[in-house]
Write a protein that binds this ligand. Sequence first.
Ligand SMILES: [Zn+2]
Length: 215
Amino acid sequence: MSSAFMERWLKRKASDDANNLCNSHQQNNNINVNPIPPAPEDIDWEEEIQFDPGKRKEIRSYHPNLRESVRRKYLANGPCQPRTLNFPSTRIGDRNRRFSPEWFDEFGNWLEYSESTDRAYCFTCFLFRDPTKKEVRYKSFVLDGWNTWYNKERLKEHVGNVDSPHNVAKKKCVDLLKREQHVDVKLHEQLESSKNAYFVRLNGAIDTTRLLLKQ
Ligand SMILES: [Zn+2]
């Protein structure tokens, strides 16, 4: 190796080291400024996105940067509304009571039933209701599930008036679906392939929007 080459190489190496030092210093600074760790990348979505509402994790348990993706995935699946299960009955007072799948039609596309817990849940409140506001109904329709089958008035009460927490959550749901459609249409125009996965997702999103808007 010629000494001139060696000199150039050493110079370059020294300046690389200085850059690296500078970069690692910057990274340290970033960590200090922003204490939120990066979102995990190795997520098993098959495992995470549970169709059965009794088996789901709360949205707020996900990294803030992942919550929108989690919501989109759930919206693409739609609410869990099994109709042909053998719904177990429970003796309440002098009568046997059980969940009625007709309530899906009567009360709308927010209502979900979990086979694993034999309880009912709210899809839109699960996705968008603010859980920091401690309320009884968040607990009963998102966390614990509802099962006082003899009192279906509770379902009407859950929906509440125009400004109720449920209806605020529903509006956020519809907004996300509309944004999703917009993004998907743009992507679709660019890709021009009807066999693309986005197209499948687009149809799913439109169907869910229709269902939610119909209520
Ligand atoms: Zn709700």
